[in-house]
Design a protein around this ligand. Sequence first.
Ligand code: B1M
Length: 212
Amino acid sequence: MSILNEISENLQKGKAKIVKELVNKAIEEGIPAREILDNGLLPGMDVIGEKFKNNEVFVPEVLVAARAMSVGANILKPLLAEGESTSAGKVCIGTVKGDLHDIGKNLVKMMLEGKGLEVVDLGTDVSAETFVKTAIEQNCQIICCSALLTTTMPVMAEVVKEAEKQGVRDKVKIMVGGAPVTEAFCEQIGADKYTSDAASAADAAVEFCKNM
Ligand code: B1M
């Protein structure tokens, strides 16, 4: 098995320590950072994302795989920043104001990073103003809002309105998700995209970035 396949396999098993060793070994062998990312780490995360979508693996497996992914990606980060690679796009993400649930949001973040997107994580309890201000100041193409409480979903509508108020609605896509959020709600508030799971959110974000 090639070292890149080994990285992918061990990432899927969540073996962060082995992934770290293999990524370092691949660098020593002269494999370019972008290749290690594209043909080692990302395919591993893609497999996990698909399995998660199909209920073949669950939150704990995704979390350990994602941890292995970030260990590997962190080693590559400085090398990728040297001009070997450019980010596929930039996203800011947070759980909306009044809402402290962050497990789903963190999964979405990990999947976005797994797809090579740069992510500004605003954490939880994030106001509409903060989402939009961050998107403007940090040149994010996409704002990702997560909500787990029916009482906090209306903040997503505030994000759309705030983007209009600040005159950036045509420059930034707004994606929404979280257990109580639906396609119909997304349409009702004028957001751009609802996805039911983290892997689909990452796929949709990549598509948006390609077309912006
Ligand atoms: Co809370 N809680 N909770 N809770 N909690 C729920 C959400 C609830 C449904 C439980 C219940 O009553 N059955 C209920 C909400 C009811 C409602 O609004 N209708 C509830 C409540 C009421 C509360 C409190 C008010 C309880 C209280 O204090 N009386 C309180 C609120 C605190 C606050 O936020 N202000 C509260 C607190 C907590 C804990 C702190 C204990 C803990 C959160 C810990 C944490 O997040 N760090 C917690 C938990 C764990 C849950 C449950 C059990 C699990 C949520 C979770 O993490 N699921 C939840 C019940 C349940 O959902 N079964 C519940 C796993 C996670 C991976 O799924 O976040 O849905 P999820 O993310 C998915 C998708 O939705 C999607 O991708 C993820 C993976 O595929 N997704 C996106 C998420 N964001 C997305 C964004 C996207 C796209 C997809 O695009 C941008």
